[in-house]
Ligand binder design. Structure first.
Ligand SMILES: *Cc1c(COP(=O)(O)O)cnc(C)c1O
Length: 388
């Protein structure tokens, strides 16, 4: 591994040189089944033809012009996402953290416009919102924050999936302006809250004139069975962010806003040199169209059911398996002891998986996998767990 790169990642000693759908081939020609999609990014699979064609066509036309001018592809993607999401408008950046920075800036400016001097955002334990200073402060994981103090002010932490805790804050803190949560916690261990949690948050936000901000950076783009996860839960947020799956590997992030949150940012309040450029937006548009054309949201729901069922059958009775959970193709298998070593064992077997918070096997396969590939993932991962 090159010492020219800062050692911020614990990398595996393998490099992939070719992809094909759910499969990757390494430098030595060994093939791997990708059950992680580059962490929920490559939803359409590797070397997707529609994406490759769009990149090539757009690169041959124009890649970048800056936001000093109109960008027709940005407008087209925005109108498509507006129609899908029920939101009013949006801002494009280049990553998840940037999309969340935009959401946090909206919350603060929304507060100041209401004469709240120190606007605070309620965030949850075990959340993950990114690695910039504001988003790592919002993140509910001390490991992400340690050493980067002083942290950013204006965040209040509560347990996840606990409406009473949020009500308590509402009673005692008068400077809250927003609640920001993931509909399902990804990095935190695939925690699916109770069905009425988001609806409960919506009610509390409405009663207190707060914004409900949903971080759908991982859950968005059809991963959980609908384009956005909130669409299965009967709520509309005021702000929602997404990134990962939107570009199928081309960096893009977006912060969508609705109603009073959509009027907050005005000329001069926010910007990005690269954000929303013709290349990223052309690809984003292709990704959304492919998701729709191939009914990948429904497919994710159906395959997720199938896979969780298989895991339940095969692993549910094992003493070291504590829980099998998730929604759509966001699947978590919680063991009773640390199992990070399974990632290396899986690599040897020829499958890419992830372990988060030490004990949770996290699977985020491409939305385009076949039934056979889904079964293969279940078989290979089950074998690994059985061998523990
Ligand atoms: C990955 C992720 C982020 C951060 O996105 P980056 O593109 O790495 O900045 C934020 N929130 C959630 C829920 C994520 O899964």
């Amino acid at each position: 591994m090159s010492d020219a790169i800062m050692p911020t990642y614990g990398r595996m000693d393998v490099a992939f040189t070719q992809g094909d759908g759910a499969w990757l081939t390494d430098e030595n020609g060994k093939r791997y089944l990708d059950a992680l999609s580059g962490i929920a990014v490559v939803g359409l699979g590797h070397a997707n033809q529609a994406v490759a064609d769009t990149i090539s066509e757009q690169a041959s036309a124009v890649i970048h012009t800056s936001n000093l001018y109109r960008i027709p592809k940005q407008e087209a993607l925005a109108e498509k996402l507006q129609q899908i999401s029920g939101m009013d408008n949006m801002f494009f950046g280049n990553s998840g953290a940037e999309a969340n920075e935009c959401a946090i800036k909206i919350a603060r400016l929304y507060g100041h416009k209401r004469d709240i001097e120190n606007p605070s955002v309620i965030v949850a334990d075990a959340s993950f919102h990114g690695r910039t200073l504001a988003t790592l402060t919002a993140t509910g994981n001390r490991k992400v924050q340690a050493g980067f103090e002083p942290l950013v002010k204006g965040f209040i932490r509560v347990p996840f999936n606990d409406l009473e805790a949020v009500r308590q804050v509402a009673e005692h803190q008068k400077e809250v302006v927003a609640v920001m949560v993931e509909p399902i916690q990804g990095e935190g261990g695939i925690h699916v809250p109770d069905d009425d949690y988001l609806k409960g948050l919506r009610d509390i936000c409405d009663a207190n004139d707060w914004l409900l901000i949903l971080d759908e950076i991982q859950t968005g783009n059809a991963r959980t069975g609908t384009y956005f996860c909130y669409q299965q839960l009967g709520v509309l947020p005021d702000v929602v962010t997404t990134a990962k799956g939107l570009g199928n590997g081309v960096p893009i992030g977006v912060c969508l806003a609705r109603g009073k949150a959509a009027d907050v940012l005005q000329p001069g309040n926010h910007g990005s040199t690269f954000g929303g450029n013709p290349l990223a937006c052309a690809v984003g548009l292709t990704v959304v169209e492919e998701i729709e054309k191939n009914n990948l949201a429904e497919r994710a729901a159906e395959l997720g059911e199938r896979m969780r069922g298989k895991f339940q059958e095969r692993l549910g009775h094992l003493n070291n398996v504590k829980d099998i959970r998730g929604k759509g193709l966001m699947i978590g298998i919680e063991l009773d002891s640390p199992c990070a070593d399974l990632v290396g064992k899986a690599l040897e077997k020829g499958i890419l998986i992830n372990v988060t918070v030490d004990k949770v096997i996290r699977l985020l396969p491409p939305l385009t996998i076949t039934d056979e590939e889904a079964d293969q993932i279940c078989d290979m991962v089950s074998e690994l767990v059985e061998e523990v």
